[in-house]
Design a protein around this ligand. Structure first.
Ligand code: HEC
Length: 135
C-alpha cells in the first residue's frame, strides 16, 4: 500500500516524460525499493549531485554528466569525446527527450559508464531522470 502511494504520487509529478518513460521510472522505483528498503522515492536534488559531480570515468579521466550536457540543460551540449553538438537534454527545451525508454536506457547505461566507470543503480538512474525532468 505504501509502495503504491509512492508510485502514484511520483507518476503525477512526472508530466515532463512520456507514459512509456514514466512506466520505466516506476520499474526503477520498484528495483530501488527492493535494493534499499529505506528508499522512499526519487529525488531531483540527489540527481543534481549525481549529474554535476566529477568522477573518474571509464577512460581514467575526470568526467561529469555536465562535461557533455553542460550545467544548463536547456542549452545544447557538446560531446567532450567526439566534439559533436548534443541537443538540449531538458524535455521542456527539447520535446523529444524522455519519450523513448529504449533511448533512455541505452544512454543512461553508456553515460554512467563514461562518468562513473560502472552502470548506475536503479536509484541513481531514477534520481537523475527526476532532475532532468525538472530542468
Ligand atoms: C561523453 C559525453 C556524455 C556524457 C559524459 C554524458 N552524456 Fe548523456 N548523452 C550523450 C550523447 C551523445 C547522447 C545521445 C545523443 C542525443 O540524444 O542527442 C546522450 C543522451 C542522454 C540521454 C537520453 C535522453 C533522451 O531521452 O534522448 C540521457 C537521459 C542522458 N544522456 C543522461 C546522462 C547522464 C545522467 C549522464 C551522467 C551519468 C550523462 N548523460 C553523461 C553524451 C554524454
Amino acid at each position: 500500500m505504501k509502495y503504491l502511494a509512492i508510485v502514484s504520487m511520483f507518476s503525477i509529478s512526472l508530466m515532463a516524460a512520456s507514459p512509456d518513460v514514466v512506466q520505466y521510472m516506476n520499474e526503477l522505483s520498484k528495483t530501488a525499493k527492493a535494493e534499499n528498503p529505506s528508499f522512499s522515492g526519487f529525488d531531483a536534488a540527489r540527481g543534481k549531485e549525481i549529474f554535476t559531480s566529477t568522477h573518474t570515468g571509464k577512460q581514467g579521466k575526470p568526467m561529469a554528466c555536465t562535461s557533455c550536457h553542460t550545467v544548463n540543460l536547456s542549452s545544447p551540449g557538446k560531446n567532450s569525446l567526439t566534439g559533436k553538438v548534443i541537443d538540449p537534454l531538458s524535455p521542456r527545451a527539447n520535446p523529444q527527450r524522455l519519450t523513448s525508454t529504449k533511448e533512455v536506457k541505452k544512454w543512461l547505461k553508456r553515460n554512467f559508464m563514461d562518468v562513473y566507470a560502472r552502470e548506475g543503480t536503479a536509484q541513481e538512474k531514477g534520481d537523475t531522470l527526476a532532475y532532468i525532468m525538472k530542468n
